[in-house]
Design a binder for this molecule. Structure first.
Ligand SMILES: NC(=O)c1ccc[n+]([C@@H]2O[C@H](COP(=O)([O-])OP(=O)(O)OC[C@H]3O[C@@H](n4cnc5c(N)ncnc54)[C@H](O)[C@@H]3O)[C@@H](O)[C@H]2O)c1
Length: 430
């Protein structure tokens, strides 16, 4: 163990990162900036090719950071190179099945690929989000017949706390939760992350760390669900929730501001809570808050559709003729990520309801292709002429790059889900 810790301090470790996506790529850059050698693994050959050509495929990751990474790294789909790594960090997706159950097939197939190449003195860390017990069941217990874990091989879990669109280049400032299969594993995992993060938070066990990540995401899902419900109640009273929040948020204690919206998106908040929901079901506990918040955050999109219908009736234009411009296709502001995006779900709903003219504008998403509904569009430029063309401008995602003054001035009617405009003759809250 002393030997490994010495290697960490002298930056002599080779770090293997498996899954070079929104989590794995910034993490690899962080290690590279601290002079570690990286081997980046991905089954997506396009990503490997881009990195080999020093090209970024994530908007907020700059070319200069990819250059820094390239200096000390190689990128591959050849899992035989796992044997050259001292540390193996897994950051592959953990989605849900169609039935909203944990889908661990990416993690399992990744482990199947790497297990034949695992050797003594390596450290394996799971960063993918999953239910409490995953690291012990899928990694620790599977390898303990071959290795003495905590002596010959080290296993840990560390949760990822990236805030997409906001802190990709500052993740080292966010306290990093670490945990280990044994005390020695915890010590090694802590030392690895201490070398790149400003502070590490040692968790008592793998399961506590895994649960803590889900707690953080359930907390967001429940609070967003709650504030979305408050929005729908306020609307019944013809009050603007954003004005109410402005007042409540002046309370200096016991109140944390959450903002309502047209639903939740991304790879975390709509998905991760269901991992805990499933786990509690296994233990005969019905996690009602988790279920209710999921349903409320889903239902809020129908509230937006109702607002469109109401406005449509008022201006007396049939679905087939009304022109709608959606502002923001990504699920979150200032981001190029459309996973679980409410705008996509809304487009699907509108097309099913026979709306024909549904265009979008998003400075971060130049093209959108939704095969299931044959929706192939390019982002519309927000020129004066274009803004005037649409009967409804619908603000779904409030990117900083939008020119809100211009949008207000030249749109016919705005349905605003983000509280960017003051409710009035032209603006409807949704
Ligand atoms: N994106 C976030 O903001 C965020 C934040 C916190 C935690 N997480 C968690 O981190 C994990 C990864 O999320 P992400 O957003 O980076 O996903 P992603 O889809 O952006 O990236 C995952 C990468 O893994 C690759 N991959 C899949 N299977 C593989 C395999 N068998 N071998 C090698 N590579 C493989 C994919 O090709 C992809 O490039 C998930 O568990 C997620 O819940 C994500």
């Amino acid at each position: 163990m002393r030997e490994i810790i010495k290697k960490i301090k002298n930056r002599k470790l080779v770090i293997g990162v498996i899954g070079l996506g929104y989590v794995g790529l910034p993490l690899s850059i962080l290690f590279a900036k601290k002079k570690f050698k990286i081997i980046g693994f991905d089954i997506d050959k396009k990503k490997i090719k881009s990195l080999c050509n020093q090209r970024s495929y994530i908007e907020r990751i700059s070319k200069s950071d990819i250059k820094i990474l390239s200096k000390s790294s190689s990128f591959t789909s050849n899992f035989g190179l796992i044997s050259k790594c001292d540390v193996i960090i897994i950051t592959v997706p953990t989605p849900l099945t169609k039935n909203q159950l944990p889908d661990l097939h990416y993690v399992k197939s990744c482990l199947k690929q790497i297990f034949p190449f695992i050797k003594k003195n390596q450290t394996i860390i799971l960063e993918s989000t999953s239910y409490p017990g995953t690291t012990r069941e899928l990694i620790g217990n599977k390898l303990k017949s071959k290795f003495h874990i905590g002596k010959e091989l080290f296993v840990g879990f560390s949760s990822e706390r990236i805030d997409p669109g906001l802190n990709e280049d500052k993740i080292h400032l966010v306290p990093k939760v670490v945990s280990g299969y044994s005390d020695k594993c915890l010590k090694i995992v802590s030392e690895i992350y201490r070398s790149i993060f400003n502070s590490v938070v040692k968790s008592e066990s793998l399961e506590v760390a895994e649960f803590s990540k889900l707690l953080e995401n359930v907390y967001r899902s429940v609070n967003i669900g709650f504030i979305n419900e408050m929005k729908m109640i306020a609307d019944k009273m013809q009050l603007d929730i954003f004005e109410i929040i402005k007042v409540s948020s002046t309370k200096p204690f016991g109140f944390r501001t959450f903002h309502p919206g047209p639903g939740i998106g991304g790879h975390c908040i709509p998905i991760d809570p269901m991992y805990l929901y499933w786990k509690s079901k296994q233990l005969n506990y019905n996690a009602e808050f988790i279920k209710l918040s999921k349903e409320t955050n889903f239902k809020v999109l129908n509230f937006v559709v109702k607002k469109i219908n109401k406005l449509q009736k008022k201006i007396k234009i049939p679905s087939k003729k009304i022109k709608i411009l959606i502002l923001g296709m990504s699920y979150k502001k200032n981001l190029d990520d459309i996973r679980e995006s409410s705008s996509i779900k809304l487009i699907k709903k509108l097309l099913n309801l026979n709306f024909r003219y549904v265009d979008y504008s998003d400075p971060h998403i130049s093209k959108t292709n939704i095969n299931s509904i044959n929706y192939k569009k390019k982002s519309i430029n927000l020129t004066i002429k274009n803004l005037k063309k649409y009967h409804i401008t619908l603000l779904m995602t409030d990117h900083d790059k939008f020119n809100y003054k211009k949008i207000y001035q030249y749109s016919n009617t705005i349905i605003d889900c983000r509280g960017k405009f003051k409710v009035g003759d032209k603006v409807i809250r949704a």
